[in-house]
Design a protein around this ligand. Structure first.
Ligand SMILES: *[C@@H]1O[C@H](CO)[C@@H](O)[C@H](O)[C@H]1NC(C)=O
Ligand SMILES: *[C@@H]1O[C@H](CO)[C@@H](O)[C@H](O)[C@H]1NC(C)=O
Ligand SMILES: *[C@@H]1O[C@H](CO)[C@@H](O)[C@H](O)[C@H]1NC(C)=O
Length: 244
């Protein structure tokens, strides 16, 4: 009996070690191949997994000094699932772009990738509201590009609160409500909020921009657009006033 029990424990221990140790030691190429599995229509990534070429030469891989740095998977007809859990295993991931593909659905939960500096989702079919805390804690994030998707609702609070935001492109969505005061420590280098459904006054801090950054929003006013109407015209609120 006692021998049997010890034997079982050894078996369990062996099993635990055998299954956990190798997965903890997954290399970046192995993690990337796992990431590819959740994508659909990924023929463009044809040389991923080819051992005779360095991972840094695989399609869409960014390296800095032979170290993995990011993914630039642009215009490849990709769809399917963006497996953020697997991206989380890439400890040196700084830049992630899937611009101009066919990804759909709500925005994946990227905020766990706290090391991310640049996130580019423009020109896909993402839609819906983005949670207020979707960018919470992403203190390294400098560039957010969500243009030409189907996002709606207010600009998420956590996006307006990013401390190091430098470039923001939200053009061509259905974002609505007022433009918030951005809390970033620096002057925004690039900003495009055009072709949404924003309304109300443009905050003074971001009024020094080309008007095209705000074009195509019916309800926006103040610099660099025209002044807001201070109060609605008398006739509108009291139609009977306009009778002679
Ligand atoms: C791997 O890459 C090499 C060099 O580009 C190429 O000759 C070879 O055909 C590739 N192997 C596979 C299985 O695609
Ligand atoms: C978008 O990607 C497609 C391939 O899927 C390509 O033909 C097209 O030129 C790209 N468009 C832009 C604006 O980059
Ligand atoms: C903003 O985007 C619109 C639509 O693509 C473009 O016409 C406009 O020139 C852009 N403005 C700025 C300041 O980037």
């Amino acid at each position: 009996m006692a021998f049997h029990k010890a034997h079982n424990w050894l078996l369990i221990l062996f099993f635990v070690l055998a299954t956990s140790v190798p997965s903890m030691a997954d290399t970046d190429p192995q993690i990337l191949i796992k990431f590819k599995r959740s994508l659909s229509n990924s023929e463009a990534l044809h040389n991923w997994g080819n051992d005779s070429i360095s991972m840094c030469k695989w399609v869409g891989i960014l390296c800095m000094k032979e170290n993995f740095h990011g993914l630039t998977l642009e215009g490849m007809g990709l769809s399917g699932v963006i497996d953020v859990d697997t991206l989380l295993e890439l400890s040196t991931l700084r830049s992630f772009s899937v611009m101009n593909n066919s990804f759909e659905g709500s925005m994946p939960d990227f905020k766990r990738l706290v090391g991310l500096r640049k996130l580019i989702l423009s020109k896909n079919k993402f839609y819906g509201e983005i949670h207020d805390d979707a960018f919470a804690g992403m203190k390294n994030l400098k560039g957010v590009f969500l243009a030409e998707n189907g996002f709606k609702g207010n600009i998420p609070k956590s996006l307006a609160e990013l401390p190091n935001l430098l470039d923001l492109d939200l053009h061509g969505n259905s974002f609505q409500g007022r433009i918030p005061e951005f809390q970033t420590k620096q002057h925004l280098r690039f900003l495009n909020l055009s072709y949404n459904q924003f309304e109300g006054p443009i905050p003074p801090k971001i009024s020094d921009r080309d008007p095209s950054a705000y074009a195509g929003n019916k309800g926006l006013c103040e610099k660099p657009l025209s002044p807001c109407l201070t109060s609605p015209p008398q006739e509108a609120s009291h139609p009977y006033n306009s009778y002679p």
